[in-house]
Design a protein around this ligand. Sequence first.
Ligand code: ACO
Length: 399
Amino acid sequence: LRQIKVNDDDFGLMTYDPGYVNTASTRSSITYIDGGKGILRYRGYPIEQLAEESTFVEVAYLLLHGELPTETQLNEWEYETKQHTVVHENIKRQMEAFRYDAHPMGMLTSTVAALSTFYPEAKNVKDPANRMLQIRRLIAKVPTIAAFTYRHSLGHPYTYPNNELSYTANFLSMMFKMSDNFYEPHPALVRALDVLFILHADHEQNCSTSTMRAIGSSHADPYSALAGSAAALYGPLHGGANEAVLRMLTQIGDVKNVPDFISRVKNGEGRLMGFGHRVYKNYDPRARIIKQVADEVFDLVGRNPLLDIALELERIALEDDYFVSRRLYPNVDFYSGLIYQAMGLPVTMFPVMFAIPRTAGWLAQWNEMLEDPDQRIARPRQIYTGSDEREYVHLAHRR
Ligand code: ACO
C-alpha cells in the first residue's frame, strides 16, 4: 500500500475494501483456488486426486511441509504425532465443568485456549523445531478434545485415544466406543471421514485462517491463535453453515415445501444455507466429491430422508435466475452435514467436525506466516467517519 499525501493535513489515499473482497493480505504457497473454474489444489495437487489417493495424515504433512512424504517420512510423522494424542487429566477435569448442554464448539474453543497454559514454551514462536512440536501436539489433541465434547454432551465417560488405530479410526473410536467394549469402526466410514477431513483441511485465506494469521502475527502462541480461529469458524456464515443447513432442511420438513422456501429466500427472508461462496462462483469442487461420499455412506447406514429435500433445493436453485445470476452454487457444507448426521452425529458436532481437519491448514498457514520475512503484525487501517474535534461537555450540561 502506498499512501499518497499532498501535505500533512491531507488524509491521503487508502484502499477501502470491507471484507477484503479484493485485497491480498499475504503471499502463500499452500492452497490454490480458481473460483471461476472451480479448482482447488493443495501444494499444486488437485483436491480430486488427493481425495481419491491420499489420507488426511498425509495431506496434513503435505500442507505443512510442502511436499508429499516418502514412506519413511510418513511413518515418522504419524508415529511422532500419535505420541501427543492424550490430554492432561486437568484438561479433562476442566471439560467436566461445562454445563451438560454446552455447545461442543464452545467447549473446543475454550479448551484449546486453555492448552496454552499447559505448554508455556509454545510462546517461543521463532524456533522452528518448537513450532513443529506444538503443531504435532495440536493435530493430535484436537480430535481427542473434540470427542470429549461429544461424550460430555451425552454424559458418557471419556474414551482415551487408541494409538493402534489410524487418525480417523481413533477419532471414531473415541466418539462411539462404549466403556471397555471392543469397537472397530467400519472401514468404509473411516475412509469416508478421511475424505471429508482431506476436503476440509485448508482453503487459503478464509475468515478463520485469516484470524489465525492475524492473531499469530502478534507472535501469540499457537493454542491462543487456534482458539481464535475456531471461534471464527463457529459463525453460521462460515463453519457453522453445515449445522445451519441441517436445521434449515429439518425446518423445510418435506420436499413439497421446497418451492415456498425458495420464494421466501428470494424475498430476502433468509439465506439458502450451504449455498454461495466468496471465492467460488462455480460449483465448489469439494461439494462434488462430498456428494459421492454421501452415496457411499448412505449405502452403508441407510438414506438420510433430508437428502431428498437437499437434492430438490439444489435442482430448483440451479434453474432459478436469482441463484444463477448471482452465481450461487452448493458449497462444501451443503452435503457434509447430511453425512455427519447419517454417521450418528448431532448437529452441534458439525462445526467441530470441520475444525478437526482445518487445524492442519490453520497451522500450515501460521507456520508459513512466521517464516515469511516480509510479514508484519496485522494492523488494517480505517476510514474514520466520526465527528470532528469537539469540547468535552460536563454531565450537568448534557441534554
Ligand atoms: N442464499 C440466498 N442469497 C444469497 C446467498 C444464499 N446462500 N448467498 C449470497 N446471496 C445473495 C446475497 O443476498 C446478495 O444478493 P444481492 O446482490 O441481491 O444483495 C448476493 O447473493 C451476494 O451475496 P454476498 O453476501 O455479498 O456474498 P459474500 O461473498 O459476501 O458471501 C457467503 C459469501 C457468506 C458464503 C454467502 O454466500 C452466504 O451467506 N452463504 C450462506 C452461508 C454458507 O453456506 N456459508 C458457508 C460458506 S463455505 C465455508 O465457510 C466453508
